[in-house]
Design a protein around this ligand. Structure first.
Ligand code: SP5
Ligand code: ZN
Length: 342
């Protein structure tokens, strides 16, 4: 199995996020990817390779050009305004305010394009997120070229980022870019299975009106968990996409037996869809010791989870998303991949 990885992930190293009313060190930190890299290497799970350069126009297959221009220039505008800490938004719209006009100022645009105060833009953000996107697209190319499975060790993660918004530690939607690249390479139907603990609201938004991409997500119920405003079971797709979005929200405290039942339900829907390729948004924040999550999966759950997903028997790209229990993140990721290889 090829493992695509870039050292440039380390250029995203935010100083703080707003959590529980305090500015705290970012949970989404460079050590995460280093732990995964070390564990995949020590378990001898594949060959590491660098990403290919980003093809011209690849990001605009998913993201709004004005949003991309904003992300690329945001740090320079923020620092030109004399700010020395990372760029964070301070306010958002509520119902009754306008969504149809972007403000001119950097502060107004941070608010316009984001949905949380946990996702700092730094001097290195653009370089890191474009490299993470390249890691995903290179993995998609390997799967499109006939690899049965490949691992894109993306960081920063991507599944909370939408057509024209960032948040939830995500800026560009790596998994969605990979899905689109597989479609563009000839796959007629692609399934996107999201097992990150949080609902993949960006991925859902991107594919909500489409019947060529089936989105299936297992996650903490948005009634109690971030991102709060998407991820309910009654969101089933719209227009041509009706029936091609399956949300499986689960309660706090969910352990492996109930998780497995929901996963088997999601996998049955994917089998029925008969995809030419599968992309997995692989978050390991379902682990019992995750510091920001409330599921109770054990390390021993991950080989079985990987085995169940592998049982789809389709060409599959694994795309790294969340997971914040850094001492166990590498091992849990390796265990998922081991199960996948059996
Ligand atoms: C990719 C990904 O996993 N993004 C997750 C973003 C979650 N950000 C919100 C974190 C809020 C944590 N609240 C619980 C605090 C427990 N001390
Ligand atoms: Zn997550």
């Amino acid at each position: 199995m090829d493992i695509v990885f870039s050292e440039k992930h380390g250029l995203q190293d935010g100083r703080a996020e707003l959590v529980n009313g305090e500015l705290k060190p970012c949970f989404e930190a460079p050590v995460r990817a280093e732990m995964v890299r070390a564990a995949l290497a020590s378990h001898d799970l594949g060959r590491f390779r660098d990403p290919d350069p980003l093809p011209e126009g690849a990001l605009a297959r998913i993201h709004d050009p004005a949003f991309l221009a904003f992300l690329e220039g945001a740090w320079d505008r923020w620092s030109a305004a004399g700010r020395t800490w990372d760029a964070l938004p301070l306010n958002w719209r509520a119902k009754g305010m306008r969504f149809d006009r972007a403000p001119d100022s950097i502060d107004g645009q941070l608010s316009h394009y984001s949905f949380d105060a946990g996702t700092p833009i730094t001097a290195g953000t653009w370089a890191a997120v474009t490299s993470s996107a390249a890691v995903a697209l290179t993995g998609a190319g390997l799967v499109a070229g006939g690899a049965p499975v490949a691992f894109s060790l993306c960081r920063p993660p991507g599944h909370h980022a939408g057509t024209a918004f960032y948040g939830g530690y995500c800026f560009l939607n790596n998994a969605a870019l990979a899905v689109q690249a597989l479609r563009d390479a000839g796959a007629e139907r692609v399934a996107l299975l999201d097992v990150d603990y949080h609902h993949g609201n960006g991925s859902q938004e991107i594919f909500y009106g489409r019947d060529d991409v089936l989105f299936v997500s297992l996650h903490g119920d948005p009634m109690f968990e971030f991102p709060f405003f998407l991820g309910h079971a009654d969101e089933t797709g719209e227009g041509a996409g009706e029936g091609f979005n399956l949300n499986l929200p689960l309660p706090a405290g969910t352990g492996w037996p109930d998780y497995r039942t929901a996963l088997e339900h999601g996998l049955a829907r994917i089998r029925d869809f008969a995809p030419d390729a599968v992309v997995v948004s692989l978050g390991l924040d379902t682990f019992k010791a995750d510091p920001i999550s409330q599921f109770k999966l054990e390390s021993e759950s991950y080989p079985e989870m990987g085995g169940l997903v592998a049982g789809l028997g389709r060409p599959t790209l694994l795309v790294m998303e969340g997971g914040y229990a850094v001492d166990d993140l590498g091992l849990n990721t390796a265990r998922f991949v081991e199960g996948f290889r059996q």
